[in-house]
Each structure stands twice: as C-alpha cells, then as structure tokens.
Design a protein around this ligand. Structure first.
Ligand SMILES: [Fe+2]
Ligand SMILES: [Fe+2]
Length: 444
C-alpha cells in the first residue's frame, strides 16, 4: 500500500477513503493532531488561507510538485500542470443586463461544455465602445455562468446598443456544487412565489439594512436553485451507478445524498423567503434530455464523478466551511454546519465511487479522468454571486463570503486537497488498483 505524507485534514480523510496509508510527518511539523476518523473538521485552521499564508501555500505547492515525481498525464508529459487558476483582482465595472439577444457570431466556436453569457457596460465618459474602453480581464471577470463568476475568454464584442452601452459575449464554465448538466449546460429552475420548496426559517438576527436583506434573499435564492438542481443530479447519478454495476452501498449513499439536497433546497428557499419577506421557490425543472444512453457510458459516469463530485463538490464543501466559520448568526451557523457535514459525505462518496470505477475502465477512459484533474480549475464553482451591493462584513455575518475570497480559497482547496488526492487516486490506479483476476474492464 502506498504511503503519503499528510498535511491537511480533509486530504487525510479523502486519502483514508481511498485506502492510502497516512504518515504523520506533516502533522508533527505543523503540530496538528490528525484523527483519521474525524478529520475534515471544517474549522481546522489549515484550510484557512490568509495574506500571511498565501506565500507559504505557494511554496508548499512547489515543494509538493517537486517531490511528487509522477503526474496525471498518461503520456508522461512533464509539462502537464494542474490548473488551479492564477487569480485576478476584482474589477469595479458595473455590469448591465441587456434585453438584446447575442448576435449570431457570438455563438461561433464556443468550446464544448462552455456557456455563453452576453452582457454590457457603460463606456466611461468621453469614450465610446469603439475605443474599447474596458480591459479584457474585467470583461472576463464579469462573466456569470449560473452561479459562478469569471469566464474563460471573450467570444465577441464590443457591440454598441442604442443607448451607447458596450456589449460582449464571454464563454466560461457552469461548474457549481453539484450541477445538473445537460448538454454541457447547468440546468436550473427559475424562481417563483411559492412555499412548497421551503421550510419556515427565522434568522437569529434580521439585518436592519434593506440592501443586506435584499442581497441575502438573492444569495439564498440562488443557493436554493442550485440545491434544487442537485436533486436532479443525484437522481441521475443513482441510475448511472446502477448502469455501471456499482455495489449497493454506493446507491444507498447516493440516495441519502439526494435526500440531503432536498433538505438543502428547502432550507435555502426558507432563508431566502425570510430575508425577502415573501415566499420564494423554484419553478419546474426542465429535465428533458437529462439521461440518454451516452450518459450511462462508464467513461461519462467517471467524468461526472470527477468533475461534479471530486472537484466541484469538494471545493464547494470547503467554501461552505469557510462561510460557516465566519458566520455570526447562530441559526445560520448551525444550518451551515449541518450542510457541511452532509456535503462532506457527498464528497467522500464521489471519491470512493471513482476509486471503485477507475480500475474497471478502459485505459483511454482513465486518460479522460486524468485530463479532467489536469484541468481541475475548469470545473470549480464559487457558489452564489449577487450583484446587489451591501456591506461585506454584514453579509459574512449571515454566511455570504465575497467572490474574491472564494476565488482565492478555491485555489487553496485545489492545491492542498484536490490535486494531492487526485495524485493518490490515479497513482493508486496505476500501481495498486488492479482489477481482480477474471474481471474485464467496462466498455465505453
Ligand atoms: Fe447541497
Ligand atoms: Fe451535495
């Protein structure tokens, strides 16, 4: 059995789930206690990035990269790097919605599994759109894909609206906690005045500032839509597990996760309704095309597990941890703590299920999984983003952290948890996780 040094509690929990032996060298250096049965303690300081720790994180990452002599690329390409993002400063531009459809040329050459977002900015006084007054970085940063912010590239623009606004098409990813992806796009319901998907909630302290209440209603509505879509994602996942012949305990755990997501949706809409002081809930969800024979192929199941569970949900669970730790409202803190524990189980389920499936895949399918982890940053979602301006510290008191913080934190989680766990998983795949004698790989 392979042995690996552990310096992160969540990583330790994942590695234990993957059957990798833990050593305590990293613990002794950091004077941290690690109990493998209880690690993943969401408040552990080792998962808290700070201005002081930022540099050391980078140093640690470099050390790890130097000391780990294998990569995920099946062809042994030493240049292959894990993409944990480089981070960009937030731009101060005010994003404006437009009623106009994106021009036809905006839809050309959008990579598979990417989403186009079309939006506008007012040009600074004394300029017009032909002066190209907005930086590419800020235009890309303004992208919103479902619940995440920050795109990949500008696909078209600027186009000038009648009022002089400059409009751009930007494509990017839709990764969120556990998205329900159909045709590469995350399906979400819309919002309607309805209380059928909420439980009555009353935050311990209702903010006095109406902008804070509006922003929190917006955030929890978006969170509720995301959780609602996760119900569909786990419904499909259960069928995918059956299709690849997974053991019953995985199906059972997925069923529990599905129930958890229903609870998360109801709590989220309950909070949204409390802050908005009116009932809020989801419309019907379009699930058409959500499960076809292609989605039952083992390689697609493995890719879904890697992207949605091992990357997106691992990061989002730790973003919830950070939100919980900074939240001062007792009731919301309790709610977040419960959600964190449940999401951690979903994360462990994803890694365990992928560890079970990997040795059953054809070599080219395993290469697909390696490719997913090599582009891990593409599949990260940062959770709900609101454009309603309100005091950041008051929002944090109620469990909403800034986009800038979450962006930094997500890279920390990728670097400290996802990448090492992927290395352990795929290393184990190559070295130890051989298919039992007499079993043949799954096709597809
Ligand atoms: Fe959830
Ligand atoms: Fe989840």
């Amino acid at each position: 059995m392979r042995s690996i040094e552990v310096n992160d509690p969540l990583l330790g929990r994942l590695l234990a789930a993957l059957g990798v032996t833990l050593t305590g060298a990293g613990l002794a250096c950091g004077e941290r206690h690690l109990d493998v049965d209880s690690v993943g303690s969401p408040s552990d300081e080792s998962l808290t990035p700070s201005a002081e720790s930022g540099d050391s994180d980078d140093e640690n990452a470099e050390e790890t990269d130097e000391s780990e002599k294998f990569d995920l690329a099946s062809d042994g390409d030493d240049d292959e790097k894990y993409d944990v993002g480089d981070g960009t400063d937030e731009c101060e531009l005010e994003r404006l919605e437009t009623e106009e459809e994106a021009p036809d040329e905006c839809w050309w050459d959008i990579p598979e599994h990417k989403h186009l977002d079309y939006f506008c900015f007012a040009p600074p006084s004394g300029t017009d759109c032909h002066d190209e007054p907005h930086t590419d970085e800020c235009i890309i940063e303004a992208y919103v894909g479902g619940l995440i912010q920050g795109g990949d590239a500008i696909n078209c623009g600027p186009f000038v609206e009648d009022n002089g606004d400059c409009c751009y098409g930007v494509y990017g990813s839709w990764g969120i906690g556990r998205p329900f992806l159909v045709g590469g796009r995350a399906r979400l319901a819309r919002t309607q005045p309805d209380s059928n998907w909420s439980v009555p909630m009353r935050p311990s302290r209702t903010p006095q500032d109406p902008m804070v209440r509006r922003a929190l209603a917006d955030v929890w509505t978006r969170q509720g839509l995301s959780e609602h879509a996760s119900v569909a994602a786990f419904s499909r996942f259960i069928l995918q597990l059956l299709a690849v012949g997974a053991p019953a305990h995985f199906v059972e755990q997925a069923q529990v996760a599905l129930r958890d997501e229903i609870e998360h949706a109801r709590v989220s809409f309950g909070l949204a309704s409390a802050y908005a002081e009116r009932p809020l809930g989801p419309t019907r969800l379009d699930v058409s095309g959500g499960l076809d024979s292609a989605m039952l192929a083992p390689v697609v199941v493995a890719k879904s597990l890697a992207t949605e569970g091992c990357i997106a949900e691992t990061v989002s669970s730790q973003l919830l941890v950070a939100a919980r730790d900074r939240c001062t409202d007792p009731q919301i803190k309790t709610i977040l703590a419960r959600i964190v524990e449940q999401e951690m189980n979903h994360v462990l389920l994803a890694w365990r299920a992928l560890a079970w499936l990997l040795p059953r895949l054809q070599p080219d399918a395993r290469a697909v999984v390696r490719g997913v982890f090599a582009r891990a940053h593409d599949y990260v979602g940062l959770g709900p983003v609101t454009s309603i301006e309100a005091e950041a510290s008051l929002l944090a008191d109620h469990g909403y952290l800034s986009h800038a913080f979450r962006s930094e934190y997500s890279r920390h989680v990728l670097r400290q948890v996802v990448v090492p766990a992927a290395r352990a998983l795929l290393g184990g795949d190559r070295r130890e996780r051989q298919l039992p004698p007499g079993m043949r790989p799954l096709g597809g």
